[in-house]
Design a protein around this ligand. Structure first.
Ligand code: FPP
Length: 261
């Protein structure tokens, strides 16, 4: 079953389906997908890039406004050197091969994560992708690369601490909104839905602050197998959940409402 703009998702959902404005994805299970087939881990990551392409198309189709994908975590440096080099190579190829197409489709690219420690040519590619697509008005694709939620929060607090030391701010100014404004995701709405594949059920340092009220959907498939049907399943789970944001009654989340025509 698929959810398309202007259609309803199924009889159980009634005539409208709520599409999350911002979806985060922990793309997990590439290695296990490959191992189960007797293939090298790199093949799992390659197929993971294909799944990412499919997912960007699906997100555009259903009207998701922001898609954040966890591509390389701060902790992934602990992997064997060859695998790290393979993942860097895939990022290079993804940007070189897909940037023009993403741009044509109105996708705005934003990269979050630490740039220090990345090869200079990768930093240039990341900047090129952001610069070229800066003014696009379609889907915002946020690639979390060399990213860690705790590290992002520490950096934000360091920026704030420097402003307090310089008397630009006082400690009384420190609010959740101020912290959010100093994160790399400043200006981007918090994720409404976080999907993790591979059956693991944890956040692994992904958007820790931003996902405070996200609905979590854990799927028992590995990332290379993630397809439109799996995406729709996650969207449908999201659509039927009641989001209370700590309150007692349902409130309207920042959602795109697709009305049946
Ligand atoms: C988790 O699988 C996945 C990653 C650490 C990297 C995700 C990367 C991709 C989907 C491809 C690269 C995309 C870009 C844009 C560079 P895992 O290796 O942890 O799998 P396992 O837990 O089964 O070992």
């Amino acid at each position: 079953m698929s959810i398309r703009p202007g259609e309803h998702a199924g009889p159980e959902l009634g005539p409208t389906v709520r599409v999350p404005a911002h979806v985060g994805i922990i793309m997990d299970g590439n290695g296990r997908w490959a191992a189960a087939r007797g293939l090298p881990r790199l093949e799992g990551h390659r197929r993971g890039v294909e799944a990412l392409r499919r997912t960007v198309r699906a997100a555009i189709d259903v009207g998701v406004r922001y898609l954040t994908v966890y591509s390389f975590s701060s902790e992934n440096w602990a992997r064997p050197a060859q695998e790290i080099s393979d993942l860097m190579g895939l990022l290079r190829r993804f940007i070189r091969n897909d940037l023009a197409d993403l741009h044509r489709n109105g996708v705005r690219i934003k990269i979050i994560g630490e740039r220090d420690g990345l090869a200079p040519d990768i930093c240039s590619l990341l900047l090129e992708a952001e610069d070229l697509t800066r003014n696009n008005g379609g889907l915002t694709l946020i690639v979390a690369f060399n990213y860690g939620g705790r590290q992002e929060l520490v950096m934000a607090l360091q920026k704030i601490a420097r402003k307090i030391a310089a008397r630009v701010l006082t400690s009384a100014d420190l609010t959740p909104e101020l912290v959010a404004q100093h994160l790399e995701t400043a200006g981007i709405p918090d994720p409404d839905l976080v999907i993790r594949t591979s059956g693991e059920q944890r956040m692994s340092n992904f958007l820790l602050w931003q996902a405070a009220y996200a609905e979590l959907v854990f799927l028992p498939i590995h990332w290379p197998d993630f397809d439109r049907a799996a995406f729709d399943l996650a969207l449908m789970q999201f659509a039927v959940r009641e989001r209370r944001f700590g309150g007692v009654t349902g409130k309207t989340a920042p959602l795109t409402v697709k009305t049946a025509s």
